[in-house]
Ligand binder design. Structure first.
Ligand code: WT7
Length: 574
């Protein structure tokens, strides 16, 4: 099936929490994981308590919880300081009437205030909605509107992108800045927190109560609000143990932004549930800064993405010699296929195995992974997490034998499975259309040793630099441009970004194709929707291929682009 079959990298150092995968898989019991939480004894549940306060109660208050740096700031917070700050934040939210079940969004670049806000929101039992800082007006409005958000935490720089007059439910905006001007509906986050009490009551919730709402893209319609509950902590803790291999003394760095699920499940919850020191780096990607971060904080466990590893690979080997990376013990990747070439390079230049992990926003946590304790087959996503049953099934739910490609599916339920698509029950049902299974939308096959190999996505969702982009949202923005009559958007394979966004556009009467117009249209999407959703390539066409019902056939556009046969054209317009 694959030229990659047969290449094996031996199992890692036995520092793993899981010495034998097979044994761990067979003897696994979720109830053993549940015993790790204080609610197992007290019956009182809250993710923020388990992530922060519990460690203070256990006498670890002086341990560094957060090591933050960006080009302008460098700060560290102990667990006790995080407890105090999140208490202050909780008190301020309560003062503004925010209570259990309310949706409260955070829209800001990485900063200590972002992490404090996320946990403060969870402390009062509200549901946190993270928004990526690159989102522009339309993207921000759609998400706040769909969720019925009552409050938002943002910065003075991002505030102009929030169309308050169009969001009647949005009562309070907390602005994290200096000298925030008093105005109705605006609260000064910093001075309010400074004036608040450092002690707060935690809102005890049920395991099935709302925790976080992550908007993610599908191929049609607006982004979907993927709703997760406090019970997800069981999966976060478990995978923090067996996949991230976290230990008491670890300094852990997840490079993802909390605007995406990796940046919350594994940038906030898993490391803090384990009480390790969490490194957060803001600012742009730069190979020198990244290596400096590892050296400076003596990072031991590093979780990043193929696109970043490819860019580091592109930066070459010389730069690596300038830094001491010897603290690294365990390296992991997520978001898109991890090229075997990158795994080989990791062995060569870092002398470390890069462990691929597979999961999705909807799954809330890692499901198929490479473990420290098991051999890696470069190009494979690995094997199911203990407690998880994965299979390749056909469209009727029949399990397929090894090497047959089909739907990558997971037996329902598991602790961090999404519980709702906000306001969209039919979308939710689609994932569970085959009884007993969650259908991921990815295709894959399994080999005779039980390793899973990613093949592709079934729908048109674009994966650019590990970020999921719905073609429909981009097309909708494109047709708002006065020159654009119709637009079709596809992912075009790219060696560094995995895929880039390519837009096929037909122009309205009176507009002529030009390079300037392409640049202007790309800028329009960048400024209206977000930078990562802007097409890097635009091609003008007189007409776009459509079905008789008027749907743009992205499959045909993709075939044009890749010089492939277009397949069944029976439904095409003409
Ligand atoms: C989609 C989910 C959850 C982490 C960040 C992405 C693709 C994810 C891998 C991997 C090949 C991968 C899949 C998946 N994907 N990890 N290890 N190998 N593809 O979350 O934005 O919800 O995207 O990303 O297509 O369905 P997401």
């Amino acid at each position: 099936m694959s030229q990659l079959q047969g290449e094996i990298i031996a199992a890692g150092v036995p520092s793993s929490n899981m010495n034998s995968y097979e044994e761990a898989y067979q003897n696994f019991n979720w109830s053993d994981v549940e015993k790790q939480f204080s609610w197992h004894v007290t019956g009182r549940v809250n993710m923020a308590y388990e992530a922060i306060d519990r460690h203070v109660d256990a006498g670890k208050g002086d341990k560094p919880a957060l090591l933050f740096s960006d080009p302008a700031r460098e700060e560290s917070y102990t667990y006790e300081q995080m407890q105090e700050q999140t208490n202050r934040c909780a008190n301020v939210l309560r003062k503004y009437g925010i209570a259990k079940g309310d949706r409260v969004f955070v829209f800001m670049p990485r900063s200590p205030e972002l992490y404090i806000s996320v946990l403060g929101i969870i402390k009062v039992g509200a549901v946190v909605g993270p928004l990526f800082e690159a989102f522009m007006e339309t993207a921000v409005k759609d998400r706040l509107e769909d969720s019925g958000a009552v409050a938002l935490v943002t910065t003075p720089e991002l505030l102009p992108r929030v169309k308050r007059e169009e969001l009647p439910l949005l009562k309070t905006i907390f602005v994290v800045g200096d000298n925030v001007a008093a105005e109705p509906g605006i609260a000064d986050w910093k001075s309010e927190l400074a004036a608040a009490s450092p002690e707060a009551e935690i809102e005890w919730v049920n395991r099935e109560d709302g925790l976080i709402l992550h908007y993610t893209s599908g191929s049609t319609g607006k982004p979907k609000g993927v709703y997760h509950v406090h019970n997800a902590m069981i999966q976060h803790y478990h995978t923090g143990d067996v996949v991230l291999d976290l230990k008491e003394g670890d300094v852990y760095w997840c490079t993802a932004d909390p605007g995406w699920v990796t940046g919350t499940s594994y940038g906030i919850f898993a490391p803090w549930l384990h009480g390790v020191t969490n490194v957060v780096r803001g600012g742009r990607f730069s190979p020198a800064d990244w290596y400096r971060t590892i050296e400076k904080y003596q990072v031991t466990v590093w979780y990043s993405a193929p696109t970043a590893f490819r860019m580091l690979m592109g930066a070459g080997q010389d730069i690596i010699q300038q830094y001491d990376l010897s603290s690294l013990r365990h390296v992991l990747s997520v978001g898109e296929p991890l090229n075997p070439e990158v795994v080989r390079w990791g062995m060569k230049v870092y002398n470390r195995r890069i462990h691929d992990t597979w999961w999705m926003t909807e799954t809330g946590g890692q499901l198929i992974c490479n473990y420290a304790s098991m051999p890696i087959k470069p190009g494979s996503m690995g094997k199911p997490v203990p407690g998880i049953q994965a299979a390749i099934i056909d469209d009727n739910g029949k399990e397929l034998p090894p090497y047959r490609m089909g739907n990558l599916a997971i037996r329902t339920p598991w602790p961090s499975m999404m519980r709702l698509i906000w306001n969209n029950a039919p979308k939710y049902e689609e994932y569970f259309r085959i009884p007993g299974w969650y259908i991921s939308g990815d295709t894959a096959y399994m080999d005779e040793d039980g390793y899973f190999w990613f093949q592709g996505r079934i729908d048109d969702v674009i994966n650019s630099s590990g970020e999921r982009i719905g073609p429909f949202e981009v097309e909708s923005k494109l047709v708002e441009h006065p020159a654009v009559a119709e637009a079709g958007v596809i992912g075009k394979p790219d060696p560094v970004r995995g895929e880039i966004i390519k837009a096929f556009i037909s122009l309205r009467e009176g507009f002529t194709p030009s390079e300037e117009l392409k640049a202007e249209i790309a800028k329009f999407v960048k400024e209206g929707l977000s930078a990562h959703a802007a097409p890097r390539e635009i091609e003008f066409k007189d007409k776009l291929p459509k079905t008789r019902s008027g749907k743009i056939m992205r499959r045909v556009l993709k075939a044009w682009e890749l010089n492939l046969p277009a397949g069944d054209l029976s439904t095409i317009e003409d």
